[in-house]
Write a protein that binds this ligand. Structure first.
Ligand code: SER
Length: 593
């Protein structure tokens, strides 16, 4: 048995198919041209139009047969990462034919590559049968007959363990909203523990389905499988699993694809966390290098979640070293990996998220049981992703499920699209307390700064003008704070300057900002400011700026959120002071970080 390095396996694969008349096509981007999928999930994606006859492979590649090593990403596996075999980003080795060859050659190549080139035994194979597999084969299965041809070819090659599976397991596609599809045959090999692992999926595209895979399986859409004008072959072999089998390791993370990163992860980190860390940091490198940027939707949202999960662990890991190591390990094959861009995008997101992370974690620590609503609020207010909440809270979030969280996320997106969102040009609000609104991280950070600055402002006004200053309202956007208060006259320039100076002095002192939850009576006794007209609940939060609540310079009844410490605010300036009615004044203020 061989102990090939991962680079040697890649090379062997491409050489083998080249030798057998295939043109080597470079991996396409993780951002697909096919709009029906969020990210590239398989090698065949870039070739879809050659199966359907919309494009001519001979014109584009000079051949009907191609081979590739494709960067792929499956979001559906995100919660599985941490076990022996699941990943988000992975590489897929594949060979493809668009009416060049079909089952006999495809199975012949796969058999020869595994048993001769890699010198590894096949444990068993599967073929399609409408009766095969678990009870729910999917109604659509009755239309497709048992794959006698593949069974015969395997038998002729001396493979005797041929198992039948149904529509759910061995029928590929369509990907997205329509596309080529057909029966598959899968190859299983034994891992070092003697367990069977699926390594290669050979798809025989014979049909086109004008609907989604779900519609096909349900068999109730009325849509019918149509024969493809030209039959095609699409094979896919997960590279990490193959490396695990060939290098005789019990998990993909023990292969040389991951060991360089594992070596620099701290020993005390538990195995599952190491795996998640290694997977996500690799995915982040590839996503960023293909042009994805953190955002609150689509591929950008996936990148944001992965990045933030890494940031939440960061205290324990030298992330920069990890990212550099990944690029060193993969850079020779994937020339597009760009460490400068990776580090700068990561750092940007780190700066944005770090500001709210610790506040979010503090909030989280105070919740005794994390349910969907509280988890979503943490996401909305502080950007804590589902994964981080789940991980940090342990048993406290035992009942929290991905499905319900996603449901809430969807509901919220719909609400903001239908209502308030319009005001912000259709973006989803990530913070909306009534007083504070933000649509993205950048705004959130600004709004938090302005919110704390508003507390400082009220305190400074009372210091300079006296306790007759009383807040009557406020409204904070990412651009400015608007503070309304009762006071009988216009402020003179010296007073404005004094107020500004005092606020900036407190910002410079970099005082901590915290809150305590207590009964209303107790809160009043602390001397915290509140609206006289407002009806507060029995339990209230008092936000205070200073070391402890007793000696704090500013204390107010407030729901939050705020910055962690005043230094983040930068510099405060009063941009306008005006009358809004008898005895009523308004100040507008801005901050610059
Ligand atoms: N498209 C199939 C898969 O992803 C074979 O390449 O498994």
């Amino acid at each position: 048995m061989s102990h090939l390095s991962s680079s040697e396996i890649r090379q062997k694969f491409l050489d083998y198919f080249k030798k057998n008349g295939h043109v080597v096509v470079p991996s396409s981007s993780l951002i697909p041209t096919d709009p029906s999928v969020l990210l590239t999930t398989a090698g065949m994606q870039q070739f879809k139009k050659y199966y359907t006859g919309e494009a001519d492979p001979v014109k584009d590649f000079g051949s009907k047969n191609t081979t590739s090593i494709q960067k792929s990403f499956r979001t559906s596996d995100i919660d599985e990462v941490g076990d022996e075999t699941h990943l988000t980003f992975f590489e897929m080795l594949g060979n493809f034919s668009f009416s060049g060859y079909f089952k006999k050659e495809a199975i012949g190549y796969a058999h020869e590559f595994i048993t001769k080139e890699l010198n590894f035994p096949i444990s068993y194979v599967t073929i399609f049968s409408p009766e095969g597999g678990s009870a729910s084969g999917g109604k659509g299965s009755s239309e497709v007959p048992r794959d006698e041809e593949s069974a015969g070819i395997w038998k002729d090659l001396g493979v005797t363990d041929i198992r039948e599976e149904g529509m759910h397991d061995v029928f590929w596609g369509p990907t997205g909203t329509s596309g080529p599809c057909g029966p598959t045959t899968e190859i299983y090999c034994k891992n070092v523990k003697g367990e069977d692992v699926e390594i290669w999926n050979l798809v025989f595209n014979e049909f086109f389905f004008p609907g989604s895979r779900e519609e096909l399986l349900a068999g109730t859409s009325g849509k019918k499988l149509e024969p493809l004008k030209q039959k095609g072959v699409d094979t896919g072999m997960g590279f990490e699993r193959l490396a695990m089998i060939i290098q005789q390791k019990s998990s993909i993370f023990e292969t040389d694809l991951f060991t360089p990163v594992f070596k620099i992860l701290p020993e005390e980190m538990d195995e599952k966390t190491k795996r998640v860390f290694a997977d996500h940091s690799r995915a982040v490198c590839f996503l960023i290098s293909d042009g994805v940027r953190p955002s609150n939707k689509e591929a950008g949202y996936i990148l944001r979640r992965l990045t933030r999960r890494l940031i939440a662990y960061q205290a324990k890991v030298e992330i920069e070293k990890v990212l550099k190591t990944i690029v060193e390990n993969y850079g020779a094959f994937y020339k597009k990996l760009d460490i400068k861009t990776i580090l700068s995008v990561f750092e940007d997101e780190n700066t944005k998220f770090s500001k709210t992370l610790s506040t979010g974690l503090k909030e989280l620590a105070k919740i005794s049981e994390v349910d969907t609503k509280s988890a979503f609020r943490l996401y909305e207010s502080f950007g804590l992703p589902y994964e981080t909440i789940k991980e940090v809270s342990g048993a406290k979030a035992g009942k929290l499920s991905r499905e319900e969280f996603d449901e809430e996320f969807k509901k919220h997106q719909e609400i903001s699209r239908a209502g308030v969102g319009k005001k912000f040009g259709g973006h989803g609000l990530i913070l909306n307390t009534g007083e504070l609104k933000a649509v993205n991280e950048e705004e959130l950070n600004k709004v938090l700064c302005l919110h704390t600055a508003t507390h400082l402002l009220q305190r400074a006004l009372r210091e300079v003008l006296g306790p007759e200053v009383k807040q009557t309202g406020s409204d904070i956007t990412a651009e400015r704070t608007r503070f309304d208060y009762s006071f009988p006259r216009k402020l003179i320039p010296e007073e404005i300057k004094k107020v500004e100076d005092l606020v900036n002095e407190k910002i410079k002192e970099d005082l901590p900002v915290n809150f305590k939850e207590m009964s209303k009576g107790e809160a009043e006794k602390t001397g915290a400011l509140f609206f006289f007209k407002e009806k507060y609940p029995d339990m209230v939060k008092v936000y205070f700026v200073g070391k402890d609540i007793k000696s704090a310079w500013s204390k107010e009844f407030c729901g939050g959120p705020h910055v962690d410490h005043t230094g983040i605010i930068g510099h405060f300036k009063i941009s306008k002071e005006e009358s809004i009615g008898s005895g009523q004044r308004r100040i507008k203020g801005v901050v610059s970080g």
